[in-house]
Structures are given as structure tokens and as C-alpha cells.
Design a protein around this ligand. Structure first.
Ligand SMILES: Nc1ncnc2c1ncn2[C@@H]1O[C@H](COP(=O)(O)OP(=O)(O)OP(=O)(O)O)[C@@H](O)[C@H]1O
Ligand SMILES: [Mg+2]
Length: 296
């Protein structure tokens, strides 16, 4: 059934290809083993189809605890598709079919009898476009705990804790009953992160969480991701290579390969490695071309 995740090499070079990588790559100061030794989640021989279309081919990946893993690659290579497999969001996409396994603490989340809602409580998701509900700031954060029937001693405390965790409390503490729509885009995205962490998940999936934000709001969300890493495992899709280099511990590079007969482009994992290695000394020419801007 399972094969091991893509081979990674620990060899390093000091040549930085992404700006002042050495300055900004906070994650590089963490000494991590080549592969996550105690992965929270693993994708094992993962294949995804939309109807007859083979969108993602045989992905194997392991996600380390309290690490940030970035999924990068050109448009259409299957990053969002893979991300959605990790909390069974593809169940909600008509025609999507998943083969292989996704293990969460050793349990296959696609096994018979597993409740996808329970999976999504443990593996939360933040989307590209901030999507607060048409409710007050308070009710947005309280929403998850209420609908999942979480035992909450004091909802006010929980809302405050989640908003503090999302670095938003000071900006909203005097207007908790006001509509979430009155917040700026960056604040709305941090509210969505607060809404996600309110249910106390274990893993947070983020699909291009900063692509609708300006550089200042982006920087705040990146700082937030780094601080959330202390308590959560984060898997983030990003088109922004500086962002991957700045925040992530490991990076998985995907590309899409056209089928010889149909011409359909199927996504595959090219290389998975410590972020510092991916950006300084990639093993695969396709990775090198992509990170140096020659492709994609
Ligand atoms: N709901 C769907 N129905 C049919 N095909 C889909 C669906 N969602 C995605 N696809 C196809 O699957 C492939 C992978 O799409 P996916 O959205 O995962 O790529 P991506 O790497 O996230 O791209 P982007 O960087 O543009 O967001 C693409 O060819 C896409 O057209
Ligand atoms: Mg996508």
C-alpha cells in the first residue's frame, strides 16, 4: 500500500536564489530531520480524479508536527486538490474521486465509517478569499464551537482566546457585535483564522491565504502563521515563493505533465525537501527552473 515519501537530500549550498533568503528564512534556524519523524498526516499513493480526468498522480507526502509545509507549483498542478484531500473537502466537489490513503495520526481518514465533519474539526481550513459569515465578529468565531456542539465553559473567553491567537483581539475587542463585513480584508482573513482555531483543530490547511491581501496584511498573516506553528501543524498552498521561503520548514514542489494521448495535464509531486534545500539546492531541474522563474 504505502510507499515512502519522495526522497529528500540534506545536502545544502549557501547560494540563495530567493532574494535575501538567508536573512528572512526564519524557519532555516530550526534544525529538522530530513523527513518528519512523527508525521501528523501522510498522503499515501494519493490519486485524484474529476470524472475521467486524472488530476493528481500518486502523491506521497508526510507532514511534520508543529511544522509549516508549503505546497508550490504552477497553476493547475493540483495543489488545491491535494490540500482538499487532507480534510475531505473534495467530498463536496461533484465528480471528485480520491484513491489512496490520507492518514491522520495513523488512521486513514478515507476509511469506511470515518465522519468527514469530525475530520474537518481536527483539520481546519482557511481559504484564499476571506469568507467571513454575514454575522457579527463574535458570532463568526463562536460559530464553529456552537455547530459542532463543543463543550465550552465560557464562550466569551473562547472567542477572546481565538481572536488573540489570530492576532486580531486588540483591533476588534470594542466592536465584537459589529458585522464582520466592516473589517478590512486582512482583518477578515485573520478573523477566518480565529474562526478556524476556535474549534481547536490540530492541523490548519491554508489555500493561498494571502493572495487577496496587500503586503502589510500579508506580512501580519505570515507572522501569525509562524506563531501558530507552536501549537498547530500548518500546510499552506502559495504562489508566492518568498512567502514559502519565509515561513515554511518544508516545501513540496508540484508540476503538471501532459498525457501523451489525451494531452490532459496531470499533477505530480516533483520534489519534497527542507525549504532551505529546495530554494538553495534543488535536486530536480524542474524545481530549479520554477524557483528561478524560468517556468510557471
Ligand atoms: N471541480 C473540478 N472539476 C473538474 N476539474 C477540476 C476541478 N477542480 C480542479 N480541477 C482540475 O484539476 C486540476 C488541478 O486543479 P487545482 O485547482 O488543484 O490546481 P492548483 O495547483 O491549485 O492551481 P492554482 O494554482 O491555479 O490554484 C486542474 O486541471 C483543474 O482544472
Ligand atoms: Mg489552487
Amino acid at each position: 500500500m504505502s510507499t515512502s515519501p519522495a526522497t529528500i537530500s540534506a545536502s545544502g549550498s549557501t547560494t540563495d536564489r530567493v532574494g535575501s533568503l538567508a536573512d528572512v528564512h526564519e524557519a532555516a534556524e530550526r534544525v529538522l530531520p530530513d523527513l518528519p519523524t512523527d508525521p501528523v498526516m501522510e498522503a499515501l499513493d494519493l490519486n485524484v480524479y474529476y470524472g475521467d480526468f486524472h488530476a493528481v498522480h500518486n502523491v506521497n507526502l508526510a507532514f511534520g508536527r508543529n511544522e509549516i509545509t508549503a505546497l508550490i507549483g504552477p497553476s493547475g498542478c493540483g495543489k488545491s486538490t491535494v490540500l482538499r484531500c487532507l480534510n475531505r473537502m473534495n467530498d463536496l466537489v461533484a465528480g471528485a474521486r480520491v484513491e489512496g490513503e490520507v492518514s491522520y495520526h495513523g488512521q486513514n481518514i478515507y476509511a469506511r465509517g470515518v465522519d468527514p465533519i469530525a475530520v474537518r474539526t481536527q483539520v481546519g481550513m482557511v481559504f484564499q478569499k476571506p469568507n467571513p459569515f454575514p454575522k457579527s465578529i463574535y458570532d463568526n468565531v463562536a460559530y464553529g464551537p456552537r455547530v459542532t456542539g463543543m463543550k465550552v465553559e465560557n464562550m466569551d473567553d473562547l472567542v477572546e482566546e481565538a481572536l488573540r491567537g489570530a492576532a486580531l483581539w486588540d483591533e476588534v475587542k470594542d466592536k465584537l457585535k459589529q458585522s464582520a463585513y466592516g473589517l478590512s480584508g486582512g482583518q477578515q482573513q485573520r478573523l477566518c483564522i480565529a474562526r478556524t482555531i476556535a474549534t481547536k483543530p490540530d492541523v490548519i490547511l491554508m489555500d493561498e491565504p494571502c493572495s487577496a491581501l496587500d503586503p502589510i496584511a500579508t506580512s501580519r498573516v505570515e507572522d501569525l502563521m509562524i506563531s501558530l506553528r507552536e501549537d498547530y501543524t500548518i500546510i499552506v498552498v502559495t504562489h508566492n515563493m518568498q512567502q514559502a521561503a519565509r515561513v515554511s520548514d518544508r516545501t513540496a514542489f508540484f508540476t503538471a505533465r501532459p498525457d501523451e494521448t489525451t494531452g490532459n495535464r496531470t499533477g505530480l509531486l516533483v520534489e519534497y525537501n527542507l525549504t532551505s534545500n529546495i530554494f538553495s539546492n534543488p535536486n530536480d531541474k524542474r524545481t530549479e527552473d520554477y524557483i528561478s522563474g524560468r517556468f510557471g
